[in-house]
Ligand binder design. Structure first.
Ligand code: PAF
Length: 282
């Protein structure tokens, strides 16, 4: 497995490959990321994984500085998963206009309106930052396929739109969320949880499962189901950002006409913001 830090070197290594599978990450890898690498491996003998904590997708009061950086352990895990190349650029390498302090000169993508809802409502600019870095990484790696986790359902939808709207010849593959036995979705941010919070953390998934069960049992008042789930989580000590039932095709609020649905939630336990979703048919 090669560890490459510069765009020039990566390009020169990749020019000999015709079928590249790509897994973009921000590192602190867990079983969910390794699953993405395994899926990528099924599609290509050349799997490139990027590890880049992208400053552009963090808000001013978010955890950019403290975001866990565990490069050595990540590389061991990627080697065991038979990744071929790990691309680990610096901020200066990725953003040519970076002045050492801020990225205010950076040209960014304006994502579609759906990027301002759900996670985008409380994280303004987040999806512009994600779409921009993903487009840059796609331009650098020029993969045939790229693999993303379904846990970031809104991100996956926006990246699919990015590829479609910018006519990129890349197949996007979404992979099911990997969960702890408790149901807690694996996330790099789970390491912030205390032992007690880790026990409570599966309540977010339970709340979403409750919604799916109610809809499958014939309940149709989505607003009421969202409110009930919020009330339950709040009484369990969560600070709820949103609980929402949406069309899984468009991420617009679900209507009676939709039968492909997704229940999504974001909420804070202490200072840790967790997200989860369940995609289902009605
Ligand atoms: O999902 C992530 O880890 C990040 O948002 C991504 C796609 C690597 C872009 O920085």
């Amino acid at each position: 497995m090669q560890i490459i830090k510069t765009i020039d070197e990566l390009r020169s290594v990749l020019k000999n490959h015709s079928n590249i599978a790509f897994v973009p990450t921000m590192g602190n890898l867990h079983a969910g990321h390794i699953q993405l690498v395994e899926v990528a491996k099924q599609h290509s003998e050349c799997v490139v994984v990027s590890i880049f904590v992208n400053p552009l997708q963090f808000g001013p009061n978010e955890d950019l500085a403290s975001y866990p950086r565990t490069l050595e352990e990540d590389c061991e895990k990627l080697k065991a998963a038979r990744a071929n190349i790990v691309f680990v650029p610096t901020v200066e390498e990725m953003y040519a206009d970076f002045d050492g302090k801020s990225l205010h000169q950076t040209m960014t993508i304006t994502p579609p309106p759906i990027a301002s809802e759900l996670c985008g409502a409380s994280r303004p600019g987040h999806f512009a930052g994600v779409a921009t870095v993903v487009l840059k990484l796609f331009n650098i790696v020029q993969p045939n396929i790229a693999v993303f986790g379904q846990k970031d359902f809104q991100q996956l939808l926006i990246i699919k739109q990015l590829v479609k709207q910018f006519n990129l010849p890349i197949q996007i593959i979404g992979v099911d969320t990997v969960r702890e036995p408790s149901g807690l979705a694996m996330s790099s941010r789970n390491c912030y949880l205390t032992d007690a919070q880790r026990v409570s953390a599966s309540q977010l998934n339970s709340a979403l499962q409750g919604i799916v069960k109610s809809i499958n049992a014939g309940k149709t008042d989505y607003h009421q189901l969202e409110q009930q789930a919020k009330t339950t989580l709040t009484s369990q000590g969560w600070l709820v950002d949103y609980i929402s039932i949406r069309s899984s095709l468009t991420l617009l609020p679900a209507t009676d006409a939709d039968n492909q649905l997704v229940a999504l939630g974001a909420a804070k336990l202490g200072n840790t913001r967790l997200i989860d979703n369940i995609e289902f048919l009605r």
